[in-house]
Design a protein around this ligand. Sequence first.
Ligand code: PNS
Length: 161
Amino acid sequence: MTRAVCPGSFDPVTNGHLDIFRRASALFDELVVATGTNVSKSRLFDPEERLEMLREACADLPNVTVMGFTGLIVDFCKEIDAQAIVKGLRGGNDYEYELPMAQMNAHLSGVETVFIPTTASLGYVSSSLVKEVASLGGEVAELVPPAVHARLAQKLGPRHA
Ligand code: PNS
């Protein structure tokens, strides 16, 4: 049985993340989407809200489960017996950011990181841009799952999502 973890802040989950979950879930017996906290990023949604949105968005993916984690991602991988970490790559900036983390995680535990290139049509989608555009009144309905769109409207006001 192969189990992989796809970690991230997911503040909020976007259609870009969902594309990676769907494609990664075809490569492993089980995929655990794990929401953690990146201390260097400001957050719009609290951990429980992010988990709820992820669970709604992944409901139709049968071998995907959603969990929260704290502490090191490699300790979480050991705890749930996951052999790999999956990350999506949109381009060079993502690679620069992800490579040292992949190397550190391999150094700490031997867990391998598998990179999946983002589908080209979703390459510009990020949680940060979605939040910025939505907060300034731009339309993000095509970039996030419907449940996330509704939550953005709740959080920012209906004209802002
Ligand atoms: O959405 P992000 O910012 O890419 O998510 C980053 C996250 C939360 C997956 C990353 O910061 C992480 O793995 N944090 C857990 C703490 C940890 O293991 N840090 C060392 C990484 S080498």
